[in-house]
Design a protein. Structure first.
Length: 202
């Protein structure tokens, strides 16, 4: 899977909005690896022409969402709301990297169309030329109408932000690990088997 943001000394903000926008609905689970430019473009509504899908050394494949912001925050917003009300353990993840500089980012959630925000991730600064994966739980935001928008702002002149493999999905439900037969020399650990279709290994 392709993932995250390629950043050239920029700032990035990710915002989840509980919104009531139009009739468009984004399907859950959601995944965008930017490989099909036409499909990916339909997923999002950019507020500036600076956002685009470019060929690059992506996390997977060869295309990423990228932006070279000029000033202020510039956003890439989901074209439709996403319903997380039936999700069991929803999360947001993506892959990010920076090129030629530092990126500032945060993750926010809003239930009122963006009038007020709750922060999932504080405003941090990252400088990653290699792809890095970030993940946040959306368990507290299981509502019918949620929007995601990704924003960036320059922190270094000429910096570029790249994003790959944006994913909103259910994570495996956590299971309790039980300690059995402890002795001075060892113990046994027991847990319920994960039944998720996409579970890889322990």
């Amino acid at each position: 899977m392709k993932r995250l943001l390629n950043v050239l000394a920029l700032g990035m903000v990710i915002v989840l909005l509980g919104a009531t926008q139009g009739e468009t609905q984004t399907t859950f689970p959601f995944f965008d690896d930017a490989e099909d430019a036409e499909v990916s473009a339909a997923y999002w509504t950019p507020d500036t022409d600076s956002w685009g899908i470019n060929t690059s050394a992506a996390y997977s494949g060869d295309k990423v969402w990228s932006i070279k912001p000029v000033s202020g925050w510039q956003y890439l917003t989901l074209a439709g709301t996403i319903d997380l009300s039936e999700a069991e353990n929803p999360f947001l993840s993506f892959w990010l990297r920076t090129l030629d500089g530092t990126v500032g980012y945060r993750v926010d959630v809003s239930y009122d169309g963006g009038a007020n925000w709750e922060t999932l991730q504080g405003h941090d600064w990252e400088n990653h030329q290699d792809w890095q994966r970030f993940q946040w739980s959306l368990d507290s935001y299981r509502t019918p109408g949620v929007l995601l928008r990704i924003g960036s702002t320059p922190s270094t002149t000429g910096a570029t932000l790249q994003i790959d493999d944006i994913l909103i999905d259910d994570a495996p439900t956590p299971h309790t690990i039980r300690l059995l037969e402890p002795t001075n020399n060892g113990f046994r650990l027991v847990w319920d088997e994960c039944t998720a279709d996409d579970f890889r290994h322990y």
